[in-house]
Design a protein around this ligand. Structure first.
Ligand code: KG4
Ligand code: ZN
Length: 341
């Protein structure tokens, strides 16, 4: 089954075509035939995504992006169309969702609405070798930071999530505090390269259960962001790269702490990481070290597959379609939506 996938939930207009994989042990069941991304540059000058501008830009670019994905795959008419139906900026989601439905109606092929988070969560299955079920799925992006125990398609148990900011959001806010650009993740990541280890230390916040006061697996990133603000107030001359390094070490430490504790608690050592923050060089290096030591078996998609892309939507849609799901053409967009629900 050849599927066209469309993604417009935030500031990336993306489309991709996927089809059957080559098959065989250790090989992904789905192959990516094309993957086209148009990143909206317009938001950089505002220091964050402006929803109305995002919707308008999606409307300007979605047709050409989908056409390019079909052309590069050499496909005139796919067997089905998948589009992100949420969660995300509603006006932005609606552009790709309505376009995807219109294409499916015009071609007379099935349509499926995809949960953006499920797209990220399942994207490591596109790698060779794919993670075997059950696996721990860390989805760490600009809008979400959640650790799932993925038991099978659509069967995701939430083990941990952030009680306030997402990790990517914290990167974006810290970047703004340092007077740097948007998106902040790649800038802070690069800056941390030249920071001096140990120049500053930031807290590793924990979240306690309200009744028992026991430490949970959840994250809190807003305290860390406040700690950076306090550090900058107390040390106005602090070199930005030292601050970036201290912040990044704290983020990576708390992410890996929860993953390792969840792995021990649930006896699951396969870990799949996805979402924009999975492109972070320090997180990737530390995960790679855990993998090499044999502590965890980590599947980490290439950087371009971590940030928003069309392949993850086409892939999740294809798995849903193969499992028998087809959505009606009046499917509504959803601003919030837990994957698997
Ligand atoms: O998955 P994504 O493209 O969009 C959402 O679904 O949110 O993630 C975007 C987020 C942004 O907050 C961006 O700053 C962050 O991922 N990000 C990074 C890196 N590259 C992107 N964070 C840390 N290090 C990076 N290298
Ligand atoms: Zn995303």
């Amino acid at each position: 089954m050849i599927v066209l996938g469309i993604e417009t939930s935030c500031d990336e207009t993306a489309a991709a075509v996927v089809g059957p994989g080559v098959g065989g042990p250790g090989q992904p069941a789905t192959a990516v035939l094309s993957d086209v991304i148009h990143s909206q540059e317009i938001h950089a000058r505002y220091g964050g995504v402006v929803p109305e501008l995002a919707s308008r830009s999606h409307a300007d670019h979605v047709v050409a992006t989908a056409r390019a994905a079909l052309d590069r795959a050499g496909v005139a008419r796919p067997d089905a169309v998948a589009a992100t139906a949420g969660p995300g900026l509603l006006g932005a989601v609606l552009v790709g969702l309505c376009f995807g439905k219109a294409l499916a109606a015009g071609w007379g092929v099935p349509f499926v609405g995809v949960n953006h988070l499920e797209g990220h969560l399942l994207s490591p299955l596109l790698e060779a070798p794919p993670p075997p079920w059950p696996f721990l799925a860390l989805v760490v992006s600009g809008g979400h930071t959640t650790l799932y125990l993925a038991r099978g398609l659509g069967r995701y148990e939430t083990l941990a999530s952030t009680v306030d900011d997402a990790a990517g959001e914290a990167y974006d806010k810290v970047s703004r505090m340092l007077g740097l650009g948007y998106p902040g993740g790649p800038v802070v990541d690069r800056l941390a390269d030249t920071g001096r280890p140990g120049a500053f230390h930031l807290p590793r916040p924990v979240v306690r259960d309200r009744d028992s006061r026991a430490v949970t697996l959840d994250w809190s990133f807003s305290g860390l962001k406040t700690a950076v603000r306090t550090l900058l107030e107390e040390h106005p001359a602090a070199p930005a790269d030292d601050v970036a390094l201290a912040f990044q070490e704290a983020v990576v430490d708390v992410l890996l702490d929860r993953v390792q504790r969840a792995a021990a608690q649930h006896g699951v050592t396969d870990v799949a990481v996805s979402g924009g923050v999975a492109a972070n060089s320090r997180l990737r290096a530390r995960l790679g070290a855990l993998h090499d030591q044999g502590a965890l078996r980590v599947v980490l998609p290439p950087r371009s597959r971590c940030t928003d892309n069309g392949a993850m939507i086409a892939h999740a849609g294809r798995l849903r379609l193969l499992a028998g799901q087809v959505d009606p053409l009046d499917l509504a967009a959803r601003a919030s939506w837990a994957p698997g629900s």
